[in-house]
Structure formats: C-alpha cells, structure tokens
Design a protein around this ligand. Structure first.
Ligand code: SAM
Length: 330
C-alpha cells in the first residue's frame, strides 16, 4: 500500500500545470536568455524581451518561488546550476525539448475533446521554429542515452548502421565516434534530415554518416545493414504501422543482423511505470494511434516480423533497448 496524503496529492496533481506554464512560457519569452549570467531588474528584463513590466515582475517572482531564479532585492539572476540547462548553445541545454514541451502542453489543454472523440487534436502543421524545437529537442533527450547505448552495446563488428527516423542524427554521431569502422545512414523526412545534416557537418563526420530523405512508411529504406537503430519511433504509431516498420527493418538487415529498438515500455498492467503511462496520454493527444507499448506486446510484434532472440537493456531513467536478433542464415 502506498502511503498517500490524499489532500496534498490531489491538490498537487490539479495544480501541476502552473509551474510548467511559468517555466515554459518564461523560456519562450526569452527571460533566461535576457538574464544570461547577469543580475537584472524587472524593468531591464521586460524591456530586453519586449514584455509587459507588471506581468514580467509577477512571473519573475514565481520563478524565484520555484527555485529557478535567485532574488537580491530588486534584482534577479538565474540559479547557476539551472542556467546551463536553460540557455541556448550550452552543451547541457534542454532549451529545444522545453520549447517542444510548450507546444505539447497547448495540445494537452484539449484532452477533454480527445477523450470524447478518441482522435488526436487537430492543429496546424508545425512551423519552422516548432519543427526545429522538436528535432533539436530529440538531440537534447537522446544525447546522454545514445552514449549509454554505445557504452552498453558493442557495435565494434558492425559496418553499416541504419538510423531510421534518426532526426538530429544524435545516435549516429555518437556511434560513429565510438566505433571507428561504422558507417551510418540517417533516414528521416526532409525537414528533420536537413537538421541532422547540419549536426553531422558540425561534428565533422560527413564522410562517415550519410542522410536519406524519405517516408519510412512508403519509401524504400535500403538493405544490407548490420544494425537498424529504431529509437523513439514506434510510440508514434498504431500496431499495424509498427508491425509494418518492424518487417521493413527485418528485411533491411543482413542475416544475423540486429535491430536495436529503443523506447519507453510499459509492464502488462499498462499503468507502470508512471512515466510510460503518462507518456501514452501524450501520444493519445498528438498522434493517430500512437501509445506507449508494453514490452510483451512488442515482443509479439517482433516475432511476427521475423526476429528470433531478444535481450533487454536499461538505458537512462525511462528507456530500454531491446536487442533483436535475426536468424544468422547458417
Ligand atoms: C521522436 S523522434 C526520434 C528521433 C531520433 N530517433 C531520436 O531518438 O532522437 C521521431 C522521428 O521520426 C521521424 N519520422 C516521423 N515520421 C516519419 C516518416 N514517416 N518517415 C521518416 N521519418 C519519420 C521524425 O521526423 C522524427 O525525427
């Protein structure tokens, strides 16, 4: 039995949106960039960001209350340990994924409609800045987990890796740096793949990582790969599309090749772990048929696609990688 203070628990659940809205909108308004490493007054921040003075003052004080800012009389400064996570260009930045969270939060406000219709919310296509937040946000979240995958799974004998839906190319860059024989190919839609290419050039790895723009549902994804890396993809899709992509991945592999399927997975109850159960609501709101899959449900789809053996590896706090083997053909 969990020992729960119900009054506190329900009140915290009911008001959780407040801190999200304060943090994410302050970030979008440019408040942390404006503060940089300095101490500033409300007027200096408001004028720097072209914001209303009264509103800025109230939000700055709420950020102090939430331990994100420090206050010294009339002046404010970002908490030094939070700063690298909030500022653009820092190696630890979460700025893009936080921007993506703001975009998601606006959709969650319509969960009432989704509950009635069972359909994701209808919204305009992401604009250029929102698409960049989404794809670069994936870099923010995949940076550490890709390093962990490279440390835990030996890809030293592999020569060709397909990073399917590879977005910002974070995994390919990490794997190419860790395994000198590996050639990677990032396959994604045109906009995201252009962002991936920028990252590859910046990492000086254009000779080791190529990009292909295409739709993995309808286009040929190539063949002859030793490894297919499918990270944070299947939760966007219903079971039919997931099975079809797993079958395509199987065909793209050489005999004895490996699919590395990274995602958040649920236990059979579908309510544990809490992160996965909550993430499934995110997919309900934002995708046609996406969800957090149970591990056992994914094993069934993998077997249907032709994979024979599985090993599960924990990566980061919430994710796992299922290493899926194809028959060796011997
Ligand atoms: C959640 S992101 C994951 C990105 C990357 N694998 C990672 O873990 O950092 C999903 C990716 O799938 C790509 N994607 C979605 N639908 C696609 C499609 N039909 N064909 C190719 N890529 C697609 C998106 O553009 C995005 O880059």
């Amino acid at each position: 039995m969990k020992n729960i203070n119900w009054d506190q628990h329900i009140n915290e659940m009911a008001s959780g949106y407040k801190n999200s809205a304060i943090l994410l909108n302050a970030l979008r308004a440019g408040i942390f960039e404006s503060l940089g490493e300095d101490w500033k007054t409300v007027a200096e921040v408001a004028d720097g960001c072209q914001l209303d003075h009264r509103a800025t003052g109230i939000v700055l004080h709420a950020l102090v209350a939430a331990d994100i800012l420090l206050q010294d009389g009339e002046r404010f400064c970002t908490e030094p340990e939070a700063r690298p996570l909030l500022l653009e260009g820092s190696p630890k930045t979460l700025k893009s994924i936080l921007g993506h969270n703001l975009f998601m939060m606006r959709g969650w406000a319509h969960l009432d409609e989704v509950l009635q219709t069972g359909q994701p919310i209808r919204r305009e296509e992401r604009d250029e800045a929102q698409m960049r937040d989404f794809i670069c946000g994936m870099e923010n979240v995949s940076r550490i987990s890709s390093q962990e995958v490279a440390a835990k799974i030996d890809l030293g004998s592999a020569q060709k890796l397909l990073d399917l839906g590879g977005g910002p190319a974070t995994a390919s860059i990490t794997f190419a740096q860790a395994f000198p024989r590996l050639q990677c190919e990032v396959f994604d839609l045109e906009g995201p793949v252009n962002i991936g290419r920028e990252q590859i050039v910046q990492a000086g790895l254009s000779h080791r990582i190529t990009t292909v723009a295409g739709d993995f549902h309808t286009d040929d994804i190539g063949s002859g790969f030793d490894v297919v890396y499918l990270a944070n993809i299947i939760h966007m899709m219903d079971e039919q599309h997931t099975l079809s992509l797993l079958q395509k991945s199987f065909k793209a592999l050489v005999p004895g090749g490996r699919l590395l399927l990274k995602d958040f997975f649920l236990e059979d109850s579908c309510s544990e772990p809490a992160f996965g159960a909550q993430f499934s609501v995110n997919m309900l709101v934002n995708t046609q048929g996406g969800k957090t899959y149970t591990r056992s449900g994914v094993f069934q789809l993998l077997k249907q696609a032709g994979f024979t053996d599985f090993e599960v590896i924990d990566v980061g706090i919430h994710s796992q990688v299922i290493i899926c083997l194809t028959p060796s053909g011997e």
